[in-house]
Design a protein around this ligand. Structure first.
Ligand code: XMP
Length: 317
């Protein structure tokens, strides 16, 4: 009979016995799995756990700062790394979705490798791998956010030569959530919508530029804030805005405009494998559309995605 509190207790004891006084490095993403793994390890070995949180420039607006702050409040020994420029310069001129994923995965590994070298005598690499990751190992469209699935990118970076510790590898997602709850993580991490590893990089259709990222971050923030304000955020499994590579004609005052289009996506799902589009109330959609068009420079049209998966996917790329 599995209980999360018994799991927490025995896992912490096991981790203490296995890791002793060794140093461990872990990449935090803001997601459930890496966060739960980090808090478990922190309870077992304290500041010998070194967490690294990379800003790839493709996160939601203000997400890096606010998530980093919350991790610090949790007592984690964490270093935030601003690698925005590195990611953006490598993505310049690239339009193909799989190519973008590969670049984002590769640059992440380069940055993480460099950072893990800054920690003296690190012996272990910790990962938030869960049981389904071991069975599937890659997501439907490509590498997931876990480092492991990036194995095939280039040569073996040095941190890959570390011993691996994966405290969640026997758990299913709902069990990870229960463990997270008994660790006190509910308010900060557990209720958040899933967010893809390549982030806004795959929600900007075609080439990613700093300007498009800034526009999309502003539109996405208006969208998500309104869902929260309307009490709909928790009813939706995943939501996000998408920047389309289309310009359309509009009119502002007496002026003709020729600006970009934002698509809104919101789905209901159990596991992301299938999904239905959410029937968001028209007044909420109207408010979001008005606010985005009025406040976000460069956007003159908002559309709502009414496609289910299959045959459409949740992300557009
Ligand atoms: P799709 O678009 O395949 O998405 O219906 C299903 C779920 O997977 C997420 N997703 C990704 N997550 N790396 C990730 O870590 C990726 O490359 C990736 N592509 C899609 C998507 O956000 C949804 O939750």
């Amino acid at each position: 009979d599995w209980t999360s509190s018994a799991f927490v207790e025995t896992t912490i004891a096991d981790l203490k016995a296995t890791l002793g006084n060794d140093k461990v490095v872990l990449a935090l993403s803001g997601g459930v799995d890496s966060s739960v793994a980090a808090v478990l390890l922190h309870k077992a070995i304290g500041t010998n756990l070194h967490c690294i949180f990379v800003d790839n420039g493709l996160l939601r607006k203000n997400e890096f700062e606010s998530v980093l702050e919350q991790y610090k409040d949790f007592g984690l020994n964490i270093k935030g790394v601003d690698a925005k420029d590195k990611f953006l310069s490598q993505l310049a001129g690239v339009e193909d979705p799989e190519q973008k994923r590969k670049i984002i995965g590769r640059v992440f590994i380069e940055v993480f490798d460099e950072e893990s070298h800054q920690i003296q005598d690190v012996k272990w690499l910790a990962q938030g791998t869960i049981y389904p990751d071991i069975i599937e190992s890659v997501s439907v469209k490509g590498p997931s956010a876990t480092i492991k699935s990036h194995h095939n990118v280039g040569g073996l970076p040095d941190f890959m030569k570390l011993k691996v510790v994966e405290p969640l590898k026997t758990l299913f997602k709902d069990e990870v959530r229960r463990v997270g709850t008994s660790l006190g993580l509910e308010s900060f991490i557990l209720g958040r919508h899933p967010f893809p590893g390549p982030g806004l990089g795959i929600r900007i259709i075609g080439e990613v530029t700093a300007e498009k990222v800034a526009i999309l971050q502003d539109a996405d923030k208006i969208y998500i804030d309104n869902l929260k304000e309307a009490g709909l955020y928790d009813q939706v499994w995943q939501a996000g805005a998408i920047f389309l590579p289309v310009q359309s004609v509009g009119v502002m005052g007496d002026e003709r405009t020729y600006e970009n289009v934002i698509a809104l996506r919101a789905v209901e799902s159990l596991d992301g494998m299938t999904a239905d589009w959410c029937h968001l109330p028209y007044p909420v959609l109207a408010k979001i559309s008005n606010e985005i068009i009025n406040k976000v420079k460069g956007i003159n049209r908002v559309v709502y995605d009414i496609s289910s998966k299959p045959p459409a996917t949740i992300e557009w790329e």
